[in-house]
Design a binder for this molecule. Structure first.
Ligand SMILES: [Mg+2]
Length: 201
């Protein structure tokens, strides 16, 4: 097992070399290719898109914390520390561009876009403001109820995808940076983006 310092050095090298961005683009491009062909067959179609490290990049806050995880307190950029809740409230995260291109393609082809996030409902206003500022449009933004805790994010997300299916949607693409975004079914195809920063069970 590498030391913490060495592990962080590897993360910095992965991001700064451009490999992180390239790996994201490769996965999102596959999703776009599938969406493009699948949309031609028609139906009441949807894609489901995770938010953090999928639609939006929190890299500025993670860099400011030297890839440590700080939830509470103010967010001082670029110097740090940067508390996660304060950072989300600033609604300044940039779009992950290949995912923005996927969402735009979907909407252009008449495919509904649903964001599905483990962010709690109390952060809805900041989350929607950030998505809008980043250039996203959508049919729905589904956040976790404030009082809900589950062992895995999949225990919240999979049933939410089932609800969309029960409304008559066929989810053709589900894209996220955690396996817990994708596990549990209710999507024709799943697309896993890299996340070398953190793990969400
Ligand atoms: Mg995520």
């Amino acid at each position: 097992m590498p030391s913490l310092v060495e592990a962080k050095r590897q993360v910095v090298a992965y991001v700064d070399s451009g490999r992180y961005e390239a790996d994201i683009a490769a996965v999102a491009d596959e999703a776009r290719t599938y969406l493009e062909s699948r949309a031609q067959r028609g139906g009441k179609l949807a894609i489901v898109v995770d938010i953090d490290e999928t639609a939006l990049s929190n890299l500025p806050s993670m860099r400011a914390n030297d890839y440590g995880f700080i939830v509470a307190g103010p967010c001082d950029l670029p110097r740090g520390p940067c508390g996660l809740i304060a950072w989300i409230g600033m609604a300044r995260a940039e779009p992950i561009k290949p995912v923005l291109a996927l969402v735009r393609l979907a909407r252009d082809r008449g495919v509904d876009v649903f964001f599905l996030t483990g962010r709690p409902e109390r952060l809805r206003a900041a989350t929607e403001a950030n998505l809008r500022a980043a250039g996203y449009g959508w049919s729905g933004v589904i956040l976790k109820p404030d009082d809900l805790t589950t062992k895995s994010a999949a225990d919240f997300k999979a049933p939410e995808r089932k609800k969309l299916q029960d409304q008559g949607y066929t989810i053709i693409v589900n894209i996220g940076d955690q396996m817990s975004d994708l596990d549990g079914g209710f999507a024709e195809r799943t697309y896993k983006l890299p996340n070398p920063f953190y793990f969400i069970p």
